[in-house]
Structure formats: C-alpha cells, structure tokens
Design a protein around this ligand. Structure first.
Ligand SMILES: *Cc1c(COP(=O)(O)O)cnc(C)c1O
Length: 359
C-alpha cells in the first residue's frame, strides 16, 4: 500500500508537547497527523494518506451517522528505555478488525496493510510517544473504519473510510490501583446470540452506556453483563474481560461466543499457563461467582484490557444484594500485570515474540 504524507505546518511546539505529555489523561489530546484510506468496490483500498490532523467534512446522509456501520480497534505504542518505539501484537488487532469487518459487512483490510498504516502514522508522530518514566505512559492508537457513503438506503456501504488517529495516554490508575466495584446489570445485556458481541463495534458501546450510567448511580465503577438468553452466565465488563482465580490454582475466564475476546485476555491466558495455572475457558455462572467468593473457593477476580492492562475486581452489587471482594489470593493479578507491562515497555525479555518494532 502506497501512503503519501503531507506534513503539518501547525504542529504543536516542543514546549506545548512536553506540557501535554506531562499529564496526558486519556483521549483528550490528539497528535499532529492522521491517516486515511478510502475503499470502493471498483477501486478497492486506495488514496492512503497521512495528513495534518483535523475535522472531517461529511455529508449529513453519510450512512454511519444513521445505521452505525462502524468498527474500531484499540492498541498502544510503547517507548523502550533505549528510545525505540514498539507496538504489542499488532497483527492480532489487524486480524480482529478483519473478523469485525465480516460481521458488520465492511470490506476486509489486509493484515499487512493495517500494520503498515499504524506503523507509518506512529513513525510520523513519534515525538508524541511518551517515555514511560517508570510509569505507564504510552501512545494510544485508534484505528477505525466506517460507512462514508452518502446514501440513506439500508445496505452495506459502497464507500468506506479507514482511519488511524493517535492520542497520548497517562497511567490508567492515578495514585495506585484500587479494586473496581461492579454493578450486575439485570435489566440490560450487551450482546445476544447471533448479535455483534464478538465484534469491536461502536454499537456495543452505545448499548452499554445506560447500564454503565446505572452502575455509577449505584456507586459502582463498572457494569458486568450476563448472557442475553438465560441471564445467568457472566460475559464481561463494557470493555474488559474477566478472570476468576480459584484457591486450587484453576483460573476460569468466560467463553460464551458473545464476548469480545481481548488480546490482553489471550496474553494473560498464555502467561498464567506458563506460570503453572490451569486456565479454563468456559461458561461461568453468576451463582458460581457468588458461591465461590462466599466459600473462599475464589480468591481473586480481575479484569483486563489494553487501557487498564489488569485491574483487580472488588465487591459485586445488584438490586437487593451484594457479594464482597474475594479474599485470600496472593496477588496473581499483580504479578501477571507486572510481567505484561515489563514486556510492553521493554523492561523484560519478549520471549513470546509479541513486540513489533516501529521506530
Ligand atoms: C476492546 C475490548 C476488550 C479488550 O480487548 P483488548 O484487546 O484486551 O484491549 C474487551 N471487551 C470489549 C467489549 C472490548 O471492546
């Protein structure tokens, strides 16, 4: 794929950039450039370009604004102690975008083109990759694809746009990691059988917002969803996968066909397996959660995803009851988290071949 580059003439000053990188937060600041590729049935993917970052001009009848034909990915670029810049398992994000595109009737962007686009943009904006500084600052990468055809009829769009934007991100947890309190949503579900649960698409997030709002209203940090059919099996949080650590060394992570299988989830399964834990991917009921914590059989629960890496789970609340935070674990979540973060930031050997050098 040929990618043309037009450099910004209004890039932020080094001084302003240092200010932003000192306290980037999440999703607040965007880099100097963005990448765009267009697709039509006749021309395929074409017009790949890196341009100065800025607003899009869109027809109000653009299909995505009406029918939500959209998918996205989330990944990070990490600066290593020697100054080099790396991404983590980018082909996995590319493959997941391919499978999301099949579900949303969007065109397939080849894995190597996805990776080349991300690499090219990060290279142009490499000064925006923060140094870890002992913390976990990184450059968040947001590739996304949407129906850009001007047409109000309902069918897969004949004009599609793929873009990549970048945003510096600070450590997810400021002032230490605290267990997240979860609200069990008994009214809302995030995905049903045959639905879009396994695709990374904005629609899943749109449908989770009201449940998340309910969780906040109940004094909880995040919502946990159950399966849509029986309202019995644990799925995931709005954007993180769950793990249940048992006293006998077993770890269970839900597998329902309707969850979004995270790349962090897969990496944790591999690391935990190597550390001698037996990882079971299966359906896991809400009764198993409640009884397991009460009996002491479950000693740790944690959630994982690119943004927060791994976060411990505390109390679970629902309408009329609660289950306390699990107790008796020896901090497996913390060891796995340190292992993963050390690989990502180049502080530990990458024996899995997970890291991909960009600059
Ligand atoms: C992206 C996402 C995750 C986490 O995936 P990672 O690849 O680990 O970042 C989990 N659940 C949902 C719904 C997601 O969209």
């Amino acid at each position: 794929m040929e990618i043309s580059t037009t450099r910004s003439t209004t890039a932020v000053s080094d001084e302003r950039l240092a200010e932003i990188l000192a306290n980037p937060g999440f999703g607040n600041h965007f880099t100097d450039h963005m990448l765009t590729v267009e697709w039509t049935p006749d021309a395929g993917w074409h017009a790949a370009r890196i341009e100065p970052y800025g607003p899009l001009s869109m027809d109000p009848a653009a299909a995505v604004l009406h029918y939500a034909q959209e998918i996205f990915e989330g990944m990070k670029a990490y600066r290593h102690p020697d100054g080099s810049v790396w991404s983590f398992r980018p082909e996995e994000n590319a493959r997941r975008m391919v499978s999301s595109s099949h579900r949303l009737a969007l065109p397939e962007l080849p894995v190597e083109d996805f990776v080349a686009c991300v690499d090219a943009l990060v290279e142009v904006d490499q000064r925006w990759v923060p140094s870890a500084e002992g913390g976990e600052k990184a450059l968040y990468i947001r590739p996304f694809m949407f129906a850009s055809e001007t047409f109000l009829g309902v069918r897969p769009a004949q004009h599609v746009t793929f873009m990549v934007i970048l945003s510096p991100a600070g450590a997810y947890f400021k002032g230490g990691i605290k267990p997240v309190t979860l609200w069990l949503s008994e009214e809302y579900t995030r995905a049903g059988r045959g639905g879009m649960g396994a695709a990374k698409t904005g629609g899943n997030y749109a449908s989770s917002l009201v449940a998340q709002q309910e969780a906040i209203g109940q004094g909880c940090d995040q919502v946990v969803f159950l399966d849509a059919q029986e309202g019995r099996y644990v799925e995931e949080l709005g954007g993180m996968n769950l793990y249940f650590v048992h006293a006998d060394g077993r770890i269970v992570t839900p597998e329902t066909g309707t969850i979004l299988e995270g790349i962090t989830r897969d990496s944790v399964i591999e690391l935990a397996g190597k550390a001698g834990y037996q990882v079971e991917e299966r359906r896991f009921s809400i009764e198993e959660w409640k009884h397991g914590v009460t009996s002491g059989e479950i000693t740790e629960i944690f959630a994982c995803g690119t943004a927060a890496v791994i976060t411990p789970v505390g109390e679970l609340k629902w309408d009329g009851g609660s289950t306390p935070a699990p107790a008796g674990g020896d901090g497996l979540w913390e060891r796995l988290r340190a292992q993963l973060v050390d690989i990502q930031f180049g502080r530990a050997d990458d024996t899995h071949g997970w890291m991909h050098r960009i600059v």
